[in-house]
Design a protein around this ligand. Structure first.
Ligand code: MD3
Ligand code: FE
Length: 212
């Protein structure tokens, strides 16, 4: 269905510096979801508050030395989970390996993520158009892994007002966002109610980042 949208998934690599590795994570899907469950048992998913005081519809948690958080004071990376005051769960070896292999597959050697932000979408959840610019080193790519229900990804330009194109991200897709894509505005359209055999109505997205 989403593949009939005007923007072909293949266009992504052509004009943007992003590289789509279709199904790259499929063979690890169950192990990845088991690891997400283990992370969430130590650092539960929560709906963060934006600096403007709104509750995010996407629930989030983190693994790794650093985790991304938002609250009334702003967006930032921190080394402790504010809910428990202790370190974020360690980044599973499978996560590190997958992120590094995906980055290497498109020419980013020795990508060693410090942070894995885990996003959980339920039906109705969305992520408004934004840039990821809280990381200190913008030469490093971000690697994203999609699991569960399909989502429509919004792919804009270098300015908020630029035209936005859409394409579907499927279970098992990995995208490496580097170079000119790194500061592109992007978001996720409202998740439609649908079912996936491994996640039910949910979609998960892992983003691996070099934060500091
Ligand atoms: C392009 N997550 O966590 S993943 C985010 O599906 C985020 O949950 C979305 O945007 C999600 O910040 C999209 C794809 C993605 C992630 C980071 C990017 C695309 C990106 C950073 C720069 C450019
Ligand atoms: Fe983002």
């Amino acid at each position: 269905m989403g593949d009939l949208l005007a923007f072909d998934r293949r266009d992504l690599q052509l004009d943007s510096g992003a590289a789509l590795l279709s199904g790259f994570a499929l063979q690890f899907d169950r192990a990845l979801l088991d690891a997400v469950a283990a992370i969430a048992s130590a650092a539960p998913f929560r709906h963060l508050e934006t600096p403007g005081g709104r509750r995010m519809s996407v629930a989030m948690t983190n693994a790794g030395r650093l985790g991304w958080i938002s609250d009334r004071r702003g967006y930032r990376y921190g080394d402790t989970d504010p809910l428990g005051g202790v370190a974020w769960p360690a980044m599973p070896a499978l996560f590190r390996q997958l992120a590094s292999d995906a980055a290497a597959a498109v020419g980013f050697d020795r990508f060693e993520p410090e942070a894995c932000l885990v996003n959980r979408y339920e039906p109705g959840a969305k992520l408004s158009l934004h840039q990821d610019r809280d990381e200190r080193n913008l030469d490093q790519p971000i690697v994203s892994v999609s699991l569960g229900v399909d989502a429509i990804f919004l792919w804009g330009g270098q300015m908020r007002g630029d035209r936005v194109r859409r394409f579907t991200l499927h279970h098992g897709d990995v995208v490496v966002w580097g170079g000119p894509a790194r500061l592109t505005y992007h978001g996720v359209d409202t998740l439609v109610r649908a079912a996936h055999p491994l996640t039910g109505e949910l979609r998960y997205n892992l983003t691996f980042r070099r934060a500091a």
